[in-house]
Design a protein around this ligand. Sequence first.
Ligand SMILES: *[C@@H]1O[C@H](CO)[C@@H](O)[C@H](O)[C@H]1NC(C)=O
Ligand SMILES: *[C@@H]1O[C@H](CO)[C@@H](O)[C@H](O)[C@H]1NC(C)=O
Length: 281
Amino acid sequence: MASLSPKLSFLIIVSMASLTISLSLDLPLSYSSVQAEEKSTDFGYFVLSHLWPATSCRQSRHCCPTNACCRGSNAPTEFTIHGLWPNYNDGTWPACCTKKSFDEKEVSTLLGALEKYWPTYGCFPYITCDGSNGSFWAHEWEKHGTCSSPVVWDEYNYFLTTLNLYFKYNVTRILNEEGYVASNTEKYPLGGIISAIQNSFHATPWLVCNHGAIDELRLCFYKDFKPRDCPTESTQNDRVSSGSCPDYVSLPLYVPLGVGNGIAETPIPLVHEAVEEFESM
Ligand SMILES: *[C@@H]1O[C@H](CO)[C@@H](O)[C@H](O)[C@H]1NC(C)=O
Ligand SMILES: *[C@@H]1O[C@H](CO)[C@@H](O)[C@H](O)[C@H]1NC(C)=O
């Protein structure tokens, strides 16, 4: 800058100032969005939520090209990713913190992994932050991912960070090694499943059940991604909580869709998505 004439320096400063103004005009202008934007940096911890495919598929019972339940022998048989969610310590969470809408091109190098480990089990579109129809990935990024800043700062990093955490703590393997394997006849003590995770992860998970079957398994992390206990029921602002799990739970086997009875003509919304939609209100 020292070699620039005063006039040129002035022009640079003016153009930077107008850039700042136009950037801030791109930010959400409504009061609640601005508030979310401000609050998003001081969320307390992350939740990595996993889905048990067979339980999700029991609720969807409908085939369409996006439904991972309909991949026949390629259907997922291990816990898959639901999302990585920044939460406040009081149990509430920020949502839709910026207007950065999902762009599949940004994660093009991750698509193979996302299809495999972060599939959707439904056919219905997911509601994105501007109220339009989108994919499961768009919903998770726009609603939760945009609030992960500054720890996770863009879409690519959101998906990569989540995949890496998922690979690092393979909850399916942790449970299998303790004898908790998929079965349509066994029921497992909830306390035993929680202990198995505690012993390996060194923190307490949170489980969500649907009709006695494990539906979600959530791990919680500090903002530096060190494991921490998930908050207990009273602070977990959730419609379906661990209270939804009985003392003995099942880990059902995947039953292919489109075979035998029970194929619904219309998609039945997944319970956890009904919850997600409720959350976003
Ligand atoms: C979203 O999808 C649903 C179901 O396919 C459809 O009824 C609705 O009109 C769509 N909404 C928008 C905004 O596209
Ligand atoms: C997790 O562990 C299971 C059981 O050992 C294994 O089949 C699966 O490939 C592992 N998943 C990942 C993502 O590494």
